[in-house]
Ligand binder design. Structure first.
Ligand SMILES: Cc1cc2nc3c(=O)[nH]c(=O)nc-3n(C[C@H](O)[C@H](O)[C@H](O)COP(=O)(O)OP(=O)(O)OC[C@H]3O[C@@H](n4cnc5c(N)ncnc54)[C@H](O)[C@@H]3O)c2cc1C
Ligand SMILES: O=C(O)[C@@H]1CCCC=N1
Length: 387
C-alpha cells in the first residue's frame, strides 16, 4: 500500500464520476479516479455519440438544476475547446389532458422556459413527417438539443488530468474499508482517501455491499435502435428536425424518444425509455425484444418516413430507482462516503451539476442545490442495511 493519501477517491469514470473528479481537482483536491475497464469503453451507461439535453421537466428541482447545468456545459466547451452541445429544440408530444403533459406545461411556464406550443393545425406545417396522435398536445422546448456524449466524456477526463487528477483505468475495485481514511482495494493496488465517491452506475449495489448498504436499484438493458430514413435526410439535423419525446405513447407504456439523424448518415435514433432487467455483467444474455415491438408499432403509426424495422441495435443500461429520481447523498453511516446513483436513464444532461454537488458533499460543504428529493431516506422501506 502506498503511503499517499488522496483527498478523494472516485469510483467509476462514467459521466457522473468524471465530472465529480474534475470538480474536485479544480478545487485543488488531490483526486484519484478508478475505472474497472480500459478507457474508453462501452459497457456502462455513458457511452454512445449523443444524449438529449432539455429543461422540459415536470419537476421544479430538475429545471433549477438544468439552469446551472447549461451554464456549466458551456463553460466545459470553452475549457475543452470542443463543441459539446448542438441546439435542435425538443418536441414533446403527450395526451393533452394527462397529468404528465399538463404538469410539464405548467412547470415550464412557471419557470419561463422558452417554448412554443403547437396547435394541431400548425403541427404538420412545422413538423412534417410526424403524425400527431389524436388527443395529443405538442410543444417545443426551444433551447433543448443534443450533447455529444462520447466527446464530452473524453473532454471532461482530459480536463481532469490536466488539473493534476489521476485516472487509473483497468482497475476494478474489489473491496472498500470505511473509516476516517477509506481504504479502496483494486485488482492491482490499495489506495487511501479522506473521502470516497461511488458513481458506479449499474454496479453501484455491488460496491455498496462493502459498506453494508443496498439501494432499491433495478438495472435494465436498453436496446438503442437506429431506423433507416426512407428518404435520406428526412429527419436530419441539417433539415432542422428536433429531438422528440412522446409521452405515454399508449396507456401503460413508457415514453419513446428520438434524436435527429446525424451520427450514422440516414439513420435516426428512436428508443423506448425502459428495458428488461439484467445483471450488468450479463447484459448480452438479455435478449428480450418487447421494447422493439413497441417501437416498431409506434414508428409505423407516427414516423412514416422511417423503415419500421431497426437497422442498427446497440446496447446501453439504465439504473432505475422506484421513483425514477436520482440518489445524491452521503452514506447513512459513513459521512465521508458519497453516493451518486440511480440516474434512471436521464442523468447525462445533469453531469456537470451533479459533479458539482457530489464534489461539494465530498469536501464537506453544503451543496448548492436542494438535494432532499434525492436522499437515501426516501427508500426507508426498501433500503437494506446490515449495519
Ligand atoms: C440508451 C440511453 C439513452 C440515454 N439518453 C439520455 C438522454 O438523452 N439524456 C440524458 O440526460 N441521459 C440519458 N441517458 C442516461 C445517462 O446516459 C446516464 O444517466 C448516465 O450516463 C449515467 O452515468 P453514470 O456515470 O452514473 O454511470 P456509468 O456511465 O455506467 O459509469 C459508471 C462507471 O463505473 C465503473 N465501475 C463500476 N464498478 C466499478 C468497480 N468495481 N471498479 C471500478 N469501476 C467501476 C463502470 O465501469 C462505469 O464506467 C441515457 C442512457 C442510456 C443507456
Ligand atoms: O433524458 C432524456 O432527455 C432522455 C429522453 C427522455 C427519456 C430519457 N432520456
Amino acid at each position: 500500500m502506498s503511503s499517499e493519501v488522496y483527498d478523494c477517491i472516485v469510483i467509476g469514470s462514467g459521466i457522473q464520476g468524471s465530472c465529480t473528479a474534475y470538480q474536485l481537482a479544480k478545487n485543488q483536491q488531490k483526486t484519484l479516479l478508478l475505472e474497472q475497464f480500459v478507457l474508453p469503453h462501452s459497457r456502462g451507461s455513458s457511452h454512445g455519440q449523443t444524449r438529449i439535453i432539455r429543461k422540459a421537466y415536470e419537476e421544479n428541482v430538475y429545471i433549477q438544476m438544468m439552469q446551472e447545468s447549461y451554464e456549466l456545459w458551456a463553460q466545459l466547451e470553452e475549457e475543452a475547446g470542443v463543441e459539446l452541445y448542438r441546439r435542435t429544440g425538443l418536441l414533446v408530444m403527450g395526451p393533452e389532458n394527462s397529468e404528465g403533459f399538463s404538469c410539464l406545461q405548467a412547470t415550464m411556464q412557471s419557470h419561463k422556459i422558452p417554448r412554443v406550443v403547437l396547435e394541431k393545425q400548425e403541427f404538420r406545417q412545422h413538423i412534417p413527417n410526424v403524425n400527431l396522435t389524436d388527443g395529443n398536445g405538442a410543444l417545443i422546448d426551444t433551447n433543448a438539443g443534443v450533447l455529444y456524449a462520447d466527446r464530452a466524456l473524453r473532454a471532461v477526463q482530459r480536463l481532469f488530468q490536466s488539473s493534476e487528477g489521476v485516472i487509473k483505468d483497468g482497475e476494478k475495485v474489489i473491496d472498500i474499508t470505511p473509516g476516517a481514511v477509506v481504504t479502496v482495494t483494486t485488482g492491482s493496488g490499495v489506495y487511501r482517501g479522506r473521502s470516497l465517491v461511488i458513481t458506479a452506475g449499474p454496479w453501484a449495489n455491488r460496491l455498496l455491499t462493502h459498506t453494508g448498504l443496498q439501494l432499491p436499484l433495478k438495472v435494465v438493458k436498453i436496446n438503442v435502435c437506429y431506423w433507416k430514413e426512407k428518404i435520406p435526410g428526412t429527419y436530419s439535423v441539417s433539415q432542422r428536425f428536433p429531438c422528440f419525446i412522446q409521452m405515454e405513447p399508449k396507456e401503460g407504456e413508457y415514453d419513446i424518444y428520438g434524436l435527429p439523424s446525424n451520427e450514422y448518415p440516414g439513420l435516426m435514433k428512436v428508443c423506448y425509455h425502459m428495458g428488461s432487467e439484467t445483471e450488468p455483467d450479463e447484459r448480452d444474455k438479455q435478449t428480450d425484444r418487447g421494447d422493439i415491438d413497441i417501437l416498431m408499432r409506434y414508428i409505423t403509426r407516427c414516423l412514416p418516413g422511417l423503415v419500421p424495422v431497426p437497422a442498427v441495435v446497440e446496447t446501453c443500461m439504465y439504473t432505475v430507482t422506484p421513483d425514477h429520481h436520482f440518489v445524491l447523498d452521503s452514506h447513512p453511516t459513513y459521512g465521508n462516503i458519497i453516493i451518486g446513483a440511480g440516474f434512471s436513464g436521464h442523468g447525462f444532461k445533469f453531469g456537470p451539476i451533479i459533479g458539482k454537488v457530489l464534489s461539494q458533499l465530498a469536501m464537506g460543504q453544503v451543496p448548492s442545490h436542494d438535494l432532499s428529493p434525492f436522499g437515501i431516506r426516501r427508500f426507508q422501506s426498501h433500503a437494506r442495511s446490515s449495519l
